[in-house]
Write a protein that binds this ligand. Structure first.
Ligand SMILES: [Zn+2]
Length: 292
């Protein structure tokens, strides 16, 4: 007679909620951006005790160049329970960069009334365009793409800059050196909010990706889109150039969440899942022993 014992380990879990209450993914870093997702049972999200604008259960958090390192995120469940997590950002070290600009019109600026009026007009136009981003509650973007193929990083986000021996504001975009005429693509779906040919920017395109996220492409040789056009991620929007206050052929790529400049290199990195507030799970384990 043959005897065998069959051991069955039956484990099953009953999830009271189908998904995690909150996940934050992206780059927890100064200059970084985090994408938050909450389950439908979460009613309120607070970041550093301030209410966050949640759209379709998603939200963005952006951290400026010198953002403080310690933060707290709080979620409030429909049933009134509150969960909080503290997290810390990575501190960045920024390089120092000395540049020489030889273009005549930038070495000695024309100090005429017309010149200052031009600067003022351009600055006001750009500010007004950025203000319009606040009104757009739509979210166009799904994912992000590097706007040019290849190229050498000639100036990093956050670099301290000394131009013609004069200390300037830190660099708040990413410079990628490439030959004139190299195609520039939209980093995500969006609307062309503003194009122009400005004294500092040269020819540029500002894209609105919705919910406060925007990208800007400056010093272009050619602009291939018009104001109010809708573009898809990867559509050609212009060509690399050296227009405006530029030290050579390159693309200056800027990414902003409202008025906060972010490091474009970090926006491409959304895989890391580093803060999670999980739904409560009840796990039961049962061991049965059958004799045959
Ligand atoms: Zn730049």
């Amino acid at each position: 007679m043959k005897r065998s014992f069959l051991f069955l380990l039956i484990s099953f879990s009953i999830s009271l909620w189908s998904s995690d209450f909150l996940t934050l993914s992206g780059s927890p870093s100064q200059g970084g951006i985090l994408l938050g997702k909450v389950s439908s049972q979460i009613e309120i999200v607070l970041f550093d005790y301030e209410k966050v604008n949640v759209k379709d259960q998603r939200f963005l958090l952006g951290f400026e160049r010198d953002a403080k390192l310690h933060h707290i995120i709080t979620i409030v469940h429909k049933d009134g329970r509150m969960f909080s997590r503290r997290f810390q950002l990575r501190k960045r070290e920024y390089p120092k960069q000395e540049l020489t600009i030889t273009k005549k019109e930038f070495v000695s600026k024309p100090k005429t009334k017309e010149f200052y009026e031009r600067l003022k007009k351009e600055s006001n136009e750009l500010k007004a365009a950025r203000k319009r981003l606040y009104q757009n509650q739509k979210q166009y973007f799904q994912e992000f793409l590097r706007p040019v193929n290849g190229g050498r990083i000639s100036s990093e986000f956050g670099a301290y800059r000394i131009i013609n021996d004069v200390p300037k504001k830190p660099h708040l975009g990413l410079d990628i050196a490439l030959p004139i005429g190299t195609p520039v693509f939209a980093m995500a779906d969006g609307k062309v909010e503003l194009t122009g040919d400005y004294y500092y920017n040269g020819r540029f395109v500002l894209l609105d990706h919705g919910v406060g996220l925007s990208s800007i492409y400056i010093h272009l040789n050619k602009i291939s889109v018009y104001d109010d056009d809708f573009v898809k991620m990867g559509d050609k929007i212009g060509e690399v150039g050296s227009t405006g206050r530029s030290t050579g052929q390159h693309l200056h790529w800027g990414v902003y969440l409202f008025e906060t400049a972010l490091d474009p290199q970090l926006i491409l990195d959304f895989k890391e899942n580093f803060v999670k507030i999980a739904a409560v799970e009840k796990i039961q384990q049962k061991q049965t022993k059958d004799k045959t």
